[in-house]
Design a protein around this ligand. Structure first.
Ligand SMILES: Nc1ncnc2c1ncn2[C@@H]1O[C@H](COP(=O)(O)OP(=O)(O)OP(=O)(O)O)[C@@H](O)[C@H]1O
Length: 355
């Protein structure tokens, strides 16, 4: 069942086209992440869904309620939509209790009870209720903002880069906790983020925006392994894109012969592999003669990133091919200058003609 349905949504600001016709469906109880480069229209789209802005044209439907039909809109406060902005936007002069309970009826016994429930939902200790926002950590402030948005039992939750101010460790922990919380509460959620890994791990549907349009919408794994074009491929992570000759389920390329899923494709094409599909075996010099094939390379650069090392490898037999990015286990990666044999795991993705 579809909860949110956007149809041909357009928005311009003066001469700038922020949204150039957005169609998007979000299923009830699901989590959608909207990613895209800066200025691609993510926040404009979220603000139109929230009701803070009106589209110039197009429709926004939530459940069976028409929220926007061009510039005619239902006001934000009547939509039943929760919104958590980037900085949490807590009221600095109010206590945690008053922030969380802000939208609830005052002076009722149920208010304090509901605030307690919400604190429990977002895993915050009730001892914090009388603190002010500046007496909390960044992650705790985000949880208070989430509790405040949950207080009114929203039909839809909008999260606008809510984790971006948190450091890496806290960010991952908070993201996971928020995803679990929203999932167990069955709340349909849309997250806007710059962070590809965050989008892929948080959502069950990812929408990639580019220049006011949706370049691709789908399940995280499908988008990662089968992006529609090289730009989308690169946006969702590092990609190795190579020209290839295709025939009968194989691609002949600078890395040799690689399996592809589409047995019908033939002729010239472009293939994509993710760096973790390439495996390196370090060769001793005397092994070179026996291993002489298209997949020999030399390590030009090695960046140690902890669990993995990112290596740049130049193919020996294809000086014209741009150096490849390969990920190797961090503690056992070949050193700069090492000669390596490159083997490919799994299938290559073939871009559609003209992508
Ligand atoms: N109120 C406004 N007035 C004029 N132009 C605007 C306004 N809001 C957004 N824009 C323009 O619309 C385009 C889309 O902006 P938007 O903020 O939606 O992008 P974004 O993808 O959220 O970017 P970022 O990731 O940097 O936040 C940009 O070119 C931006 O400059």
């Amino acid at each position: 069942m579809t909860t949110l349905d956007l149809h041909a949504v357009h928005k311009t600001y003066g001469a700038v086209t922020a949204l150039a016709g957005i169609d998007l469906q979000v299923r009830e109880g699901s989590r959608t992440a909207i990613v895209g480069p800066s200025g691609s229209g993510k926040t404009s789209l979220l603000r139109i869904i929230a009701g803070f802005e009106a589209p110039d044209a197009g429709r926004v439907v939530l459940g069976d309620q028409l929220l926007a039909d061009g510039p005619a809109i239902v006001p934000a406060h009547l939509r039943g939509i929760g919104y958590v902005p980037q900085d949490g936007a807590l009221f600095p002069h109010l206590s945690v209790a008053d922030n969380v309970g802000f939208g609830l009826p005052r002076h009722t016994p149920q208010r304090a009870q509901r605030v307690d429930e919400l604190m429990e939902m977002v895993a915050l200790d009730k001892a914090m209720l009388q603190r002010r926002p500046h007496e909390l950590s960044g992650g705790q402030q985000q949880r208070v903002a989430l509790a405040r948005a949950l207080a009114l039992r929203p039909r839809l939750m909008l999260l606008d880069e809510p984790f971006s101010a948190l450091d890496t460790g806290l960010r991952a922990v908070t993201r996971k906790a928020v995803a679990q919380l929203l999932q167990s509460a069955g709340i349909t959620t849309i997250l806007v983020t710059h962070d590809q890994a965050e989008a892929l791990s948080f959502a069950d549907q990812v929408a990639v925006m580019r220049e006011g349009r949706l370049a691709q919408v789908g399940r995280p794994l499908d988008l990662y392994l089968r992006p529609t074009d090289p730009a989308t491929a690169n946006f969702l992570g590092e990609a190795v894109v190579l020209p290839a000759q295709l025939s009968a389920g194989w691609a002949e390329c600078a890395l040799g012969r690689i399996a592809i899923h589409d047995a019908q494709r033939s002729g010239a094409g472009q293939i994509m592999l993710r760096p973790e599909q390439l495996q390196l075996t370090e060769l001793a010099n005397e092994g070179l003669g026996a291993q002489a094939n298209a997949c020999l390379g030399v390590v030009l650069e090695a960046d140690f990133c902890g669990p993995v090392s990112e290596l740049t490898v130049r193919l020996l037999a294809h000086a014209g091919t741009a150096p490849l990015l390969v990920r190797s286990p961090g503690l056992h990666a070949p050193a700069v200058g090492a000669t390596v044999c490159i083997s490919v795991q799994g299938h290559a993705h073939v871009f559609a003609p003209g992508a």
